[in-house]
Design a protein around this ligand. Sequence first.
Ligand code: CA
Length: 363
Amino acid sequence: MLYRFFCLSVLSVLIAGCAEEAAKNTDQVDKTQTVYNWRMVTTWPKNFPGLGVAPETLATRVAKMSKGRLNIKVYGAGEVVPAMEVFEAVSQGSAQMGHGAAYYWKGKVPIAQFFTAIPFGLTAQEMNGWLLYGGGLDLWRELYARFNLVPIPGGNTGVQMAGWFNKEINSLEDIQGMKMRIPGLGGEVFDRAGGEPIQTPGGEIFTSLQTGVIDAAEWVGPYNDLAFGLHQVAKYYYYPGWQEPGPTLEVIVNKEAYDSLPEDLQEILTVASLASNLDMLAEYTARNNAALVELVEQHGVEVRRLPDDVIEEFKRLSLEVTEEIIDDDPLSQRIYKSYKAYYEGVVDFHEISEKAYINTRGN
Ligand code: CA
């Protein structure tokens, strides 16, 4: 009797085990055959050169690599949600993915700006080092988990331009009261220097400049600014892009949607996003100068350097505003400490490598 009970028990455990195993296998089999149809909302005008094409390319690559198991339909700004609501839409799951920039969400998550660009901070090459090998991406994931999101680096424009102005900037006096489209921490700096920063989505910059809603605007650099025709509405083109030395763009994925994917599709999505991150920088590096030549030679744009005292003041204020976004939240402090420690190290080495080489090479 005892023996029989023992056998039955063993048998039932075995059966339960097998059933569990079978369920797991069925689950896996089902997932590898499931077709996922996703929506990706973006902060960019549909198919805009570089920025808007990157998510389209990402979607095409994911469809090819997954053999049609993960299909992503890309929407430009305003098609499903306005540019500035992308974070919320993906966080809540009304779209599974988004493409934009973390600093657009500064009103909700000030510390997220570290994952796009800090004025006078890391360059594109340095940002990639911090994110992928310096602990930055782990911190970014920890931060975005609070919003039900998984972030992946998804683009970088390299050093931008300081922007378009309708009058010459000879001193800080010239920017007093000036309304300028300038997002992120750069906008805070501009505010403290006496200007008035305006948060304008890319697609509205031209009209805002044309109608006088804003007096100046920074967008990206020659390749993208030419595409928007900003030279038609402003005369002076200033450098350097102190406010965005190498902004990382983001792919954001709704966490439940991401977790619902089998491992291979998660990997495909991640690799395709990282490919966009690399691709975009290569594209801008290759195309910016030709666009600049066209702006100057065909459209008569005047390229100017910001005066040293303006740059020095922006730099002083940048340190101030950057430190002020660190709050009592331990994660915010960890992000700042990680960025700062990495920054100090990379700047030291780049002094005798990248910077020394570029200075040695000259023109
Ligand atoms: Ca910009």
